[in-house]
Design a protein around this ligand. Structure first.
Ligand code: ZN
Length: 341
């Protein structure tokens, strides 16, 4: 599903970038958009550089300029009303969100947004706050970098065969395929290759600290949860989905004195059932949740779909216009709504 949308955007972004966004907004009636990023940095951190493209400060500021020209920043009260269906948003509006609770949100992103008066929500993995642990995909990126730079000499270990045979290309391909379920391979491989993730965490501090979160909260930024340790929901059990969602949300609300309960799905909400949404919403475990399927309605009405603005160096205008055209395209086939069963 994701691939079709991405391919569509890649094939039409140049054309789409030349169409006025206002025209597409009027045709689609999609007035409110929810863009999201992870990180902004002039140099991609090593734990991310082998996973996806990071926008520079200049690219981010150009995105913001485009957004402010075409949309007004949605404030949190508007968001609450929007969710409760008490108010229809008539002016084109946007709300920025940032996943994974990275240090760059404090060091780079928040100062820019604060200066421009743009609100944002940052989503945290409860286990990673204060650099207590590291997302398994970041371990992949670190090991790829380590392999490319050091070409380590290994003489033992179950998963080190590629290293022993010095088949580095195969090893990198293998590393990219490691998922949540078999993530321990990364720890074993790091031990074998004498690479220390804890040292990286200690020296580089990729995540926000509790102190930084509290000070950003004071400045008016909001925080939500992004699960405990970032599993892909369709691959874990229903019970574990609930556990990851409820435990992380409660911890973030308790630790930082937060009353609202925002949640963004790690990776994707693809395949998450109606039963899950009914349970978390009916029992007020979560107030609002966020996916990343672009511009789309969801039969789980409190689940909002967002647009990734990190797609291969494309500008916000190219991505948003392409998403709006994709929306029109899907509307023809009546496929603009995610149906949960
Ligand atoms: Zn994430």
């Amino acid at each position: 599903m994701l691939k079709i949308r991405e391919n569509f955007i890649h094939s039409i972004n140049k054309l789409a970038g030349n169409i006025p966004t206002k025209t597409l907004t009027n045709i689609t009636g999609q007035k409110v958009i929810f863009p999201f990023y992870h990180c902004i940095s002039d140099e991609a951190p090593i734990h991310i550089k082998h996973l996806y493209q990071v926008k520079t400060v200049k690219q981010f500021e150009a995105d913001l300029e485009f957004l402010l020209k075409n949309y007004k920043p949605l404030d949190y009260a508007d968001l609450d009303y929007y969710i409760q269906n008490k108010k229809t948003i008539t002016k084109p509006s946007f709300l920025l969100t940032f996943d994974d609770g990275l240090r760059e949100f404090h060091d780079i992103i928040a100062p820019i947004l604060y200066r421009k008066g743009i609100p944002a929500i940052c989503f945290l993995n409860s286990e990673f706050i204060d650099n207590k642990a590291l997302f398994y995909r970041y371990k992949t990126s670190l090991l790829i970098e380590y392999t490319l730079l050091s070409k380590p000499n290994i003489d033992a270990g179950k998963y080190a065969n590629y290293l022993i045979r010095r088949e580095f290309k195969k090893l990198i391909k293998h590393l990219q395929l490691i998922n949540y379920e078999n993530k321990d391979i990364l720890t074993n491989l790091a031990n074998t290759a004498n690479y220390n993730f804890t040292k990286y965490l200690r020296e580089n501090k990729p995540y926000l600290t509790s102190k930084q979160i509290l000070s950003l909260k004071e400045q008016g930024f909001r925080f939500g949860s992004h699960s405990i340790d970032h599993p892909e929901y369709r691959f874990i059990s229903y019970e574990e989905q609930l556990n990851q969602t409820i435990k992380s949300t409660n911890r973030i609300c308790n630790d930082f004195g937060i009353k609202y309960k925002y949640f963004s799905f790690p990776f994707t909400d693809y395949g998450v059932s109606k039963q899950f949404f009914d349970e978390v919403y009916n029992q007020n475990k979560v107030d609002i949740s966020f996916g990343c399927a672009g511009i789309k309605a969801d039969s789980a009405v409190k689940n909002i779909q967002r647009i990734s603005l990190e797609m291969n160096n494309l500008s916000a205008k190219q991505i948003i216009n392409s998403e709006l055209i994709y929306y029109i395209f899907r509307a023809i086939f009546g496929k603009n709504k995610i149906k949960r069963t």
